[in-house]
Design a protein around this ligand. Sequence first.
Ligand SMILES: NC(=O)c1ccc[n+]([C@@H]2O[C@H](COP(=O)([O-])OP(=O)(O)OC[C@H]3O[C@@H](n4cnc5c(N)ncnc54)[C@H](O)[C@@H]3O)[C@@H](O)[C@H]2O)c1
Ligand SMILES: [Zn+2]
Length: 356
Amino acid sequence: MRENMTGMKVPVLLADRSYMVVVGHGVRHQLAEAIAAKAPRAARAVLVTSESLLGQPWADFETGLPTTTITVPDGEEAKSAAQVERLCTEFSKLELSRHDVVVGVGGGAVTDLAGFAAAVYLRGIAVVHVATSLVAQVDAAIGGKTAVNLVTGKNLMGAFHQPLAVLCDLDFLETLPPREILNGRGEIVKCCLLDGLTPPMMSALSLEDQVLLAVELKARIVSADEREGGLRALLNYGHTLAHAIEALELGGQELDIRHGEAVAIGLAFAVRLARHLGRVGDDAVASHDEALSVFGLHAELPQGLSIDALINAMAKDKKAHHDLTFVLPGLNGFETVSGISRRDVEIVLEAFGGVK
Ligand SMILES: NC(=O)c1ccc[n+]([C@@H]2O[C@H](COP(=O)([O-])OP(=O)(O)OC[C@H]3O[C@@H](n4cnc5c(N)ncnc54)[C@H](O)[C@@H]3O)[C@@H](O)[C@H]2O)c1
Ligand SMILES: [Zn+2]
């Protein structure tokens, strides 16, 4: 990592597709420089963002190129095949060439959409992510996974497409609603736990430190395992139950829960499952609960969730290969554990507040 006046630069090392994630106040002003360095033949840029983000006080972007801005809906509504088709059609009307560049400015929804449109337009043109939410900065904009949703589920249509650069300007976070900060903290606490920090170490971190820690961890893991052959799956710590809770919500259960909040619950559950399986002791459970409270997150399952419905959803998770798979801590550190018995999960879920 390199420190200078213009933010901290964290490399994602992928041979000729390597790039920097830049974290700091004001780093959005490095957009033109990043494009000139990484896409010297680009003659124009298309900036993809939402109307509401264009209204923010920090919304001044200079690409150094003739630029067209295209707005998309806020949040998950942006992540549809229809929006991909619309963006690609606009790109072609603008005669965007293989040398030109797309800039995604927004939270994870916008960077996922802009990244996917850039991945498929002309079979792939360059994209730079300007990550405006905490989730996008610590997770979504890094690592090259892009996707949109289908009516049958989230992120089912996507591609791997690494960006040329990711700019994480900490100024953006000043306008982010508190609930979205909490959302990002779910991923941050996951990274702190994977990195072996103790709760006192976590409480000493500034927001900038937290973003850097998560960016460094993700950059390191993606550099070693771009396509989720093994190591990258560890980033799914806490996500097996989180995805199941989200699936029940999508299925109509009223929960009003953000992804990071579901991850927090999933982390509390995973460590309890690890304890039940004899992989860790009570101290690990206590330290996870303390870590969650450092970040203002709750470790309890929402009331009234059916154990059967949760287990059925977990067995269907697209990352679980049709059995019960969890990332769990243990004597050898964290690992992906498959084939966990339904009975074990039931016992721990019941003690965790699930209903029969
Ligand atoms: N590709 C990946 O590896 C990856 C990883 C994690 C999440 N994701 C995806 O990311 C999405 C979630 O990202 P998110 O949590 O950023 O959600 P989001 O993009 O929906 O943003 C949340 C809300 O915050 C607003 N917002 C964003 N930045 C703001 C700012 N600086 N000030 C004020 N408002 C701001 C957005 O307009 C939106 O209304 C999901 O679709 C998820 O699937 C992808
Ligand atoms: Zn997540």
